[in-house]
Structures are given as structure tokens and as C-alpha cells.
Design a protein around this ligand. Structure first.
Ligand code: SAM
Length: 277
């Protein structure tokens, strides 16, 4: 078997960076700015080592040749920003409780929600906790999807550092989290009744063809900031087609649909609604 002398610190050339930027854009829609060089080097070096590849050029060749598609998933896993937290942008959870769930009460079918870039699960679990805590419970289901298999594995496990839960109200912690003991000290796990409300699935927002269903509420927050206008347009059009009449699209308060063509009505900051037809 051939062995390679692996450079302790392979250099990322301008050509390598251009190829990686193009690959990431084509596969995920994410625009990697040159400021991300250090992140690309730090994160992809681990992949080079794991695969025994001597240079970034050899790595990109490997990704492009990989017919299984698993290495592009690993590359995107390494590059994507998964930062998130429970009850992020809490105005959305208030709107869900007081406006959407309240209006859905008599619909005679479950409220169907999709968390379309769910990262490590904090967003869909916050949705579930909000709805489980309603004084008059309603039936609901939550699909939570992301591109990153690494984030989805963490989401499915539902285990978080207690130090990351400092802003979660105490009554919610007591009701819906289990404290880790012994070797699990310092961790907290989402309780089973909350976990059961959420189905996780890997989905790329650029390849939604296989998703036939439509939803009453779509959370698509803090992902479009990584997309340029053309990709935002493509994603918003795809999401709009998967909203039920009267359904709501929730984006982040730091994102905007300015310059994106759509037929949704603005209802509140970062909340849009499809007409009733
Ligand atoms: C910053 S997190 C946002 C998490 C959560 N929605 C929130 O607002 O806190 C962005 C997520 O978008 C995912 N993502 C990036 N490009 C994607 C794509 N093309 N399809 C699906 N998910 C994508 C990343 O893997 C990451 O988990």
C-alpha cells in the first residue's frame, strides 16, 4: 500500500480556496467569504489527516470523485455554522403561541410545522415545548431538517451542556429537561415527551424536490444570511410552495426578504403569511 509523507501543515493555495468556495456554493448555497480561510484550513485539515491526503488539492479531487456523496456531506458538516440556542428570537414563540396555535384550535387536524434549518435541535424543541405548554393543548407535528448530518445526530440525541441553558426559564428546565447524573454531570437531556414530537431528517434547502408535503408554519431562520440573493430567491420560492394557504413563514429578525420576489404578506417583524387561496 502506498504511504504518503503528510505535510504537518498543508498550505491552502488561492486555487484550492476558489475550488472549495465553488463546491460549497454549488452544493449548499453557502457563500464562503475569503475571511473564512482560517476556518476552512482549521476544519478541513482534520479531514485531510483522517483520509491520509497530503494537500488540499488532493482533498478537493477526492470530494469531486467521491461517487457515494459522503465526503461532500463531511465537508459541508465541517464548514457550516451551527450556532443556535433555545427560544432564540422569542417574539416568534410568543407569536406561535398567541396567534398561530390560538387560531388553529378548531381546525380539526394537527398543526404541521417544519423547522427547515434546525441545526442541533434547539429550535424544533423550543417549538415543541411552546406547544406542549399551552393551557388548551393542540395536536401538532414537527419536521426538523438540516443539511448537516453531524448537527442532526446531536439534535436527535437532545443532550445539551447545562451551561448553555442559562437563559432557559427554570420552570421549563424543570418540566422538560432531565439533569445528567454521575458521568452525565453538567449535561441535560430533552425529556422523552418533547423528543417524541420531533422527526429529524436530512434535507438540503437547494434540493427540496422530494419534499411533497406542505406546512402551516415554516421556521427558516439564520440560514439565509449565508446565501446570496439568487440562492435566497430559490429557497424562498421553494418554501412558499410548501406553505399551506394561510400558513406562516418565519425568518430571522436579522434577515430580510427585500429584493426577493414572493407573494407573501408581511404580518409582523420577520413573519410572513401566505394568502388564503
Ligand atoms: C446558524 S444555524 C441556524 C439554526 C436555527 N434555525 C436558528 O435560527 O438558531 C444554520 C443551519 O443551516 C444549515 N444549512 C446551511 N445550508 C443549508 C442548506 N443548503 N440546506 C439545509 N440546511 C442548511 C446549517 O447546517 C446550520 O445547521
Amino acid at each position: 500500500m502506498a504511504t504518503f509523507a503528510i505535510d504537518a501543515d498543508p498550505r491552502l493555495t488561492a486555487t484550492d480556496m476558489t475550488r472549495i468556495v465553488e463546491l460549497v456554493y454549488r452544493k449548499s448555497g453557502i457563500t464562503l467569504h475569503d475571511g473564512k480561510r482560517a476556518l476552512v484550513v482549521a476544519r478541513l485539515q482534520k479531514r485531510l489527516r483522517a483520509l491520509g491526503l497530503p494537500t488540499f488539492a488532493a482533498y478537493v479531487d477526492h470530494v469531486e470523485r467521491d461517487a457515494t456523496g459522503s465526503e461532500i456531506v463531511a465537508l459541508l458538516d465541517a464548514i457550516a455554522t451551527n450556532h443556535t440556542y433555545f427560544f432564540r428570537e422569542d417574539a416568534h414563540f410568543t407569536f406561535l403561541r398567541t396567534r398561530i396555535a390560538a387560531a388553529h384550535g378548531g381546525a380539526g387536524r394537527p398543526l404541521e410545522i417544519w423547522s427547515a434549518a434546525c441545526s442541533t435541535g434547539e429550535e424544533p424543541y423550543s417549538i415543541a415545548i411552546t406547544l406542549l405548554g399551552l393551557p388548551s393543548p393542540i395536536e401538532f407535528s414537527i419536521l426538523a431538517s438540516d443539511l448537516s448530518t453531524r448537527a442532526l445526530a446531536a439534535a436527535g440525541a437532545g443532550v445539551y451542556k447545562q451551561s448553555a441553558l442559562g437563559d432557559v426559564p427554570r420552570d421549563i428546565l424543570r418540566a422538560w429537561f432531565e439533569r445528567g447524573l454521575g458521568p452525565q454531570e453538567g449535561l441535560a437531556r430533552i425529556a422523552a415527551p418533547v423528543r417524541r414530537c420531533v422527526t429529524f431528517r436530512q434535507l438540503n434547502l437547494l434540493e427540496l424536490g422530494e419534499l411533497r408535503d406542505s406546512y402551516d408554519v415554516i421556521f427558516c431562520r439564520n440560514v439565509m444570511i449565508y446565501f446570496d440573493r439568487a440562492v435566497q430567491q430559490r429557497v424562498v420560492s421553494a418554501l412558499e410552495r410548501r406553505l399551506r394557504p394561510g400558513g406562516h413563514l418565519l425568518i430571522s429578525h436579522s434577515e430580510s426578504l427585500n429584493g426577493v420576489a414572493h407573494s407573501l404578506r408581511w404580518v409582523a417583524p420577520a413573519i410572513y403569511q401566505r394568502g388564503n387561496h
